[in-house]
Design a protein around this ligand. Structure first.
Ligand SMILES: Nc1ncnc2c1ncn2[C@@H]1O[C@H](COP(=O)(O)OP(=O)(O)OP(=O)(O)O)[C@@H](O)[C@H]1O
Ligand SMILES: [Mg+2]
Length: 146
């Protein structure tokens, strides 16, 4: 582990953009492009929104924990955890276009899967949800390897 940031906040919607910007700023020290940082920010906002909207049903008194870790210059791990209602059927929740709310697109997990190299979901109904995301950035400058 080279560096990490860990922070917790109540489940109010204003904190989605805070968490997104915070992890984006932290990711700036990685050897990656601005576009890749935008992807990291997107997955963080999807996961944090899920905790607030689904985990805590938009109630403001829940706690969301975010931890981002840089393992070396090219590997980042992000963990988002809530103690909300949890997910009964994780496989179904991760299917593209599945949502328990008919007004939503059901694409949050699909974005997380497509922009990250690894996605792990641990969840128990009544206990909460823990999402681990991992992304490895390719070495772009081949000369740097020489
Ligand atoms: N932290 C969470 N706590 C409880 N349920 C969750 C959590 N995250 C996801 N879910 C469940 O998984 C489903 C799929 O999540 P996903 O993010 O893919 O879609 P969505 O949030 O419903 O829609 P969108 O992300 O497109 O607005 C949700 O509808 C919800 O039922
Ligand atoms: Mg979602």
């Amino acid at each position: 582990m080279k560096n990490y940031v860990r922070f917790e906040f109540p489940s109010v919607p204003e904190n989605v953009s805070f968490a997104r910007s915070c992890v984006g700023a932290f990711a700036a020290q990685l050897d990656c492009t601005l576009e890749e940082i935008e992807e990291i920010k997107l997955v963080v906002s999807e996961a944090v929104s899920n905790s607030i909207i689904h985990g805590y049903k938009n109630q403001p008194h829940g706690k969301v924990l975010v931890m981002a870790t840089i393992l070396d210059d090219r590997i980042m791990e992000i963990m988002i955890e809530d103690n909300g209602i949890g997910i009964a059927d994780i496989k179904q929740a991760m299917e593209p276009s599945f949502s328990s709310d008919p007004s939503r697109m059901g694409l949050g997990f699909t974005f997380m899967k497509s922009f990250m190299d690894e996605l792990e979901v641990v969840s128990q109904p009544g206990e909460g949800t823990n999402i681990k995301l991992k992304r490895c950035f390719l070495v772009k400058d081949k000369e740097a390897l020489a």
